[in-house]
Write a protein that binds this ligand. Structure first.
Ligand code: OSB
Ligand code: MG
Length: 373
């Protein structure tokens, strides 16, 4: 459905996490989140910039995303007539990188199109292959192995289908060994967020004894070739996250044998258009995918749920209940998980949840509005 981008509003929110989240690159206690609100004919669509507070996961960070949106993406978008949201990925396509910033606007355009059509976002993007998406949890590095085991117990009791733990040198083999001893039968995986090099191959090979579903992004964030060399030496499937920013990267990684599974993150690849393209390439090659997370607010979380309803998202992802992150989410109702460890699709127009605008305003520290002339 055609629409004209008449107005864009940026919202900067600050929200404390219920529990700190630690990866090999650092600990997060408070989130700084940018929401992009795109308006046409009095209807608004919403997107979330999923970057971190600092450029450690990738090169993007909240402050940078605000500037990229303000100075490059929004000027290129305002006044633009789109035949459909599928054209939104062309906006500011000449920028190098900054896919999370661009992807926030792109996703907002899909949400807007869904609302203009009066249909759920999952339908607009071509999803709906399942009514419930399978869910896992990503558990960060803890202060002790005992605390990690306790957290895993809690999440399994809540019904989650698989457990992902974060690893780094010094928090790897002994931790996985303890988890396996305590929980011999669970679906378990580990995410290294690029903490190793090929010189660690012998150590990583020792993981094979623990029957992990996969190891996620063990090597450098921008290196596909060394992952291919590592995969030759591992029985454990490699899953790529940081490395895969485009469908082209996915095709190359698969061709080189660098991974057997891919984690798709909406922001990392720049929105639904590229996420679907990555999904399709993987599907054509028989490579399963799952939906990653970036500690999103309810808006990004709801987008992830829609994305995970595409057919090749056959593995449990990192999309989980709002309460794991937020004392109160900015959407109503919050995202909830069934005792089966699934999240149900909703039939409301757009991303499927109501924004709690009063609460949103109470956690907003910055706002700027841009209008087409
Ligand atoms: O690598 O998947 C990752 C969070 C922030 C940055 C990178 C990652 C993650 C997660 C958390 O694993 C997923 C989530 O619960 O949102
Ligand atoms: Mg990851």
């Amino acid at each position: 459905m055609a629409f004209r981008i008449e107005q864009i509003r940026l919202h900067w929110l600050e929200m404390p996490l219920v529990h700190f989240f630690e990866t090999s690159f650092g600990r997060t206690t408070h989130r700084r989140i940018i929401l992009v609100e795109v308006t046409s004919g009095g209807v608004s669509g919403w997107g979330e910039a999923t970057c971190g507070e600092h450029p450690f996961y990738n090169e993007e960070w909240t402050e940078g995303a605000w500037l990229i949106l303000r100075d490059y993406v929004i000027p290129a978008a305002l006044g633009r007539e789109l035949a459909s949201a599928a054209e939104a990925s062309r906006i500011a396509a000449g920028l190098r990188g900054h896919r999370m910033a661009r992807g926030a606007l792109e996703a907002a355009c899909w949400d807007l199109e869904a609302r203009l059509k009066g249909e759920p976002l999952w339908k607009t993007i071509g999803g709906g292959a399942r009514r419930e998406i399978p869910c896992g949890v990503s558990i960060g590095i803890q202060n002790s192995v005992g605390e990690l085991l306790e957290k895993i117990r809690t999440e399994l009791a809540a019904g989650y289908q698989r457990i992902k733990i974060k690893i780094k040198p010094g928090w790897d083999l002994h931790v996985i060994e303890a988890v396996r001893r305590e929980f011999p039968g669970i679906l378990l995986m580990a995410d290294a967020n690029s903490a190793y090099t090929l010189a660690d191959a012998d150590r990583l090979r020792q993981l094979d004894q623990y029957r992990l579903m996969m190891i996620e992004q063990p090597l450098a964030h921008d290196d596909i070739i060394d992952h291919a060399r590592l995969q030759e030496r591992l029985e454990t499937p490699i899953c790529l996250d940081e490395c895969i920013r485009t469908a082209h990267h996915a095709a190359q990684a698969i061709r080189l044998g660098a991974c057997r599974i891919i984690n798709i993150k909406l922001g990392r690849v720049g929105g639904f258009g590229e996420a679907k393209a990555v999904h399709d390439v993987c599907q054509q090659h028989g490579v399963p995918v799952w939906c990653g997370g970036m500690l999103e607010s309810g808006v990004g979380r709801a987008h992830n749920i829609a994305l995970a309803s595409l057919p090749n998202f056959t593995l449990p992802g990192d999309v989980s209940a709002s309460r794991r992150y937020w004392r109160r989410d900015i959407i109503q109702p919050p995202v909830e998980v069934t005792p089966r460890g699934t999240i149900g699709l909703r039939d409301e127009a757009g991303f499927g949840y109501a924004l709690d605008m009063d609460f949103l305003a109470s956690v907003r520290v910055r706002q700027e509005t841009f209008r087409a002339s």
